[in-house]
Design a protein around this ligand. Structure first.
Ligand SMILES: [Zn+2]
Length: 337
């Protein structure tokens, strides 16, 4: 059984467990599908929504883990009445225990089958998570089921927009206004629209399962106990409403800053470096013609004043993404439905 309804504590005590523990809670029944993977089925479904809520894909991103674990705890204890199907995932338990981003390789680059070309714990984990998500979504109502996946993170560095979301690449570039309005209600300030398919967890659900999905960055990485959970209050309220009623709380989309990706930077050589301070915040704008990155192979010159960098990181192997160059884009130039 899950002592004190604390699935996080349970997972950290049994980080390798794979057998299915079944139990009931006041508003439904639950099954532990694997380490850190908990499927909850409500007794009374308020909407035909199936929600995947994932946290800790990067083990040291503890804020969202605490936030979501608290919500699940309230459901298991009977303080919240679950009204939707929920798959709660603590993505990388081993890395959580080690307080590391990952053990062998970045888990959030291994989905859409990319794990097949990798070795180690995260490769096995990506395969397992893909399987669980597939089983979960396939068991949803075949007629008119609404599939959602929110993958919650915190970023390595600070950000001009403290909370922001990354929307998966959509081939037809048509986006759901309801999703953006929900993100606004979660306290998200900016949305970055991906320019190409990726191997992230949220893109996987979007592309493989036709779910509406986002990667949501909720602030800066901190250790367990050091998170200011009050900064997640809007997110908590919106998720609570979603879990209980199946409703996507809506806020003003016009308050969001929207960005498109202009270029993806790749670490092309060991000599590769970014000409920015270690503590430069995500979305900090640059002047035109600024030499943002250089290596013995090439230089990257900023094309337009205001272009900014998101997720800069050069502490990774040659060939991997060293950052995204993004550009603000007015709402009128997006297609919504
Ligand atoms: Zn992360």
């Amino acid at each position: 059984m899950i002592v004190n309804d604390d699935f996080l504590a349970y997972t950290l005590r049994h980080p390798e467990q794979n057998d299915g523990l079944n139990f009931t809670f006041p508003s439904g029944r639950a099954r532990v599908e694997g380490a850190g993977i908990l499927c909850l089925e409500p007794e009374v479904q308020q909407s035909n929504l199936s929600l995947v809520l994932s946290v800790g894909i990067h083990g040291n991103e503890t804020g969202p883990i605490e936030l979501a674990n608290g919500l699940v705890k309230s459901i298991l204890a009977g303080d919240l009445v679950l009204g939707v199907r929920l798959l709660f995932i603590i993505g990388n338990p081993r890395a959580v225990i080690q307080a590391q981003r990952f053990c062998d390789v970045n888990l959030n680059r291994l989905f859409c089958g990319s794990w097949q070309s990798q070795q180690g714990y995260e490769a096995q984990r990506a395969q397992q998570l893909e399987r669980s998500v597939k089983t979960f979504f396939e068991a949803s109502d075949p007629v008119g089921a609404q599939k959602l996946h929110y993958d919650l993170h915190t970023a390595i560095r600070g950000s001009v927009h403290e909370k922001f979301a990354v929307h998966p690449y959509a081939p037809k570039a048509i986006y759901q206004q309801r999703q953006l309005a929900f993100l606004a209600a979660c306290g998200v300030e900016a949305v970055l629209f991906s320019h190409q398919p990726t191997s992230t967890f949220s893109y996987h659900s979007f592309a493989q399962h036709d779910a509406q999905a986002s990667t949501i960055e909720l602030g800066k990485v901190r250790a367990f106990g050091e998170n200011d959970l009050s900064s997640f209050l809007q997110m908590k309220r919106a998720l609570t409403e979603l879990l209980v009623t199946g409703e996507l709380v809506q806020d003003r989309v016009s308050d969001l800053s929207l960005y498109e990706v202009v270029d993806s930077l790749t670490k092309d050589d060991q000599s590769y470096r970014l000409n920015i301070a270690d503590d430069l915040e995500n979305f900090t704008p640059f002047e035109q013609d600024f030499c943002l990155a250089e290596s013995l192979e090439q230089r990257y010159i900023v094309k337009q004043a205001g272009d900014a960098i998101v997720f800069p990181n050069t502490k990774l192997p040659v060939g991997q993404r060293a950052g995204l160059v993004v550009r603000s884009k007015p709402m009128s130039r997006f297609n919504f439905q």
